[in-house]
Design a protein around this ligand. Structure first.
Ligand SMILES: [Fe+2]
Ligand SMILES: [Fe+2]
Length: 262
């Protein structure tokens, strides 16, 4: 039977598909790390207090990139090129979601509005990251090779999501509510489309590597389209709600000195 678990087991069992999976993941994580580091460096004076949390956010994403690379290395695999149509982070940026890399490369302070945009973008993408890692954690937490990495990354993504909720609520109370709602909505509607397209592209690549039948690929593509239909019809709303998280100040203080589990 086709399930998320059996699919991922298949990807995990083959060196080429595993290398592609890890390479795509590592590249997205390190782009996220770079973006956050730049945003932290350009935070406006009035939001100075946020800078260490943004730095921590970026450091976590960089760490995730290193973990995915280490998972490949451990298996004697080299990173492989990431097909552009599978590059989620790059495609989001191309579609104007979040802050443009051109803007982040300049040495110009960001505005409070930019910070609100960054947090809204992160609120949506961290929801995705948190859900995906949660799915992996559910099925592979005890896996001998990837279990510890999956648990660590999943825990971090939950922290990132909690942090976005908390900081956005703070900005909403400070009068940015409308801008936040508008940005979250735009971002979520664009994200679900890009996520669908990236999922189709990743599955097409995996299907080629793993020699999937036309029928199997068609079933998977139908599943991805069904997921998009669900998200478009209202599932996207889960990505734009704001509530006080159970984990408060999740990115406050320095990163805990835990080893990087691989
Ligand atoms: Fe991450
Ligand atoms: Fe994250």
């Amino acid at each position: 039977m086709l399930s998320a678990k059996s699919l991922f087991q298949e990807i995990l069992a083959n060196d080429d598909s595993f290398a592609l999976f890890c390479s795509i993941a590592a590249s997205g994580e390190s782009q996220g790390g770079w973006e956050n580091a730049r945003i932290a460096a350009l935070v406006p004076e009035s939001e100075r207090e946020l800078a260490p949390k943004i730095t921590r956010h970026g450091a976590d994403e960089d760490k995730h990139g290193r973990i995915f690379n280490a998972l490949m290395k451990k298996r004697g695999l080299e990173p492989v090129p990431v097909p552009p149509e599978t590059d989620y982070t790059m495609l989001l940026e191309k579609h104007g979601i979040g802050l443009a890399h051109e803007q982040l490369k300049r040495d110009q302070r960001l505005t409070v509005q930019d910070i609100v945009t960054y947090l809204s973008h992160s609120r949506v993408t961290e929801q995705r990251a948190s859900e995906q890692m949660d799915l992996l954690r559910k099925h592979f937490a005890d896996h001998p090779d990837i279990g510890r990495a999956v648990k660590q990354i999943s825990n971090d993504e939950d922290n990132h999501l909690a942090y976005c909720h908390e900081e956005l609520l703070r900005f909403a109370y400070a009068g940015h509510g409308r801008a936040i709602q508008r940005t979250l909505r735009e971002c979520a509607l664009a994200e679900i489309r890009i996520y669908r397209d990236v999922s189709l592209a990743v599955m097409a690549n995996m299907g080629r590597i793993l020699g999937w039948s036309k029928a199997k690929s068609a079933v998977l593509a139908a599943g991805i389209h069904a997921m998009y239909a669900y998200e478009r019809l209202g599932g996207w709303r889960r990505m734009v709600s704001l509530k006080t998280p159970e984990r408060r100040n999740a990115l406050g203080g320095p990163a805990p000195a835990e080893p990087e589990f691989v």
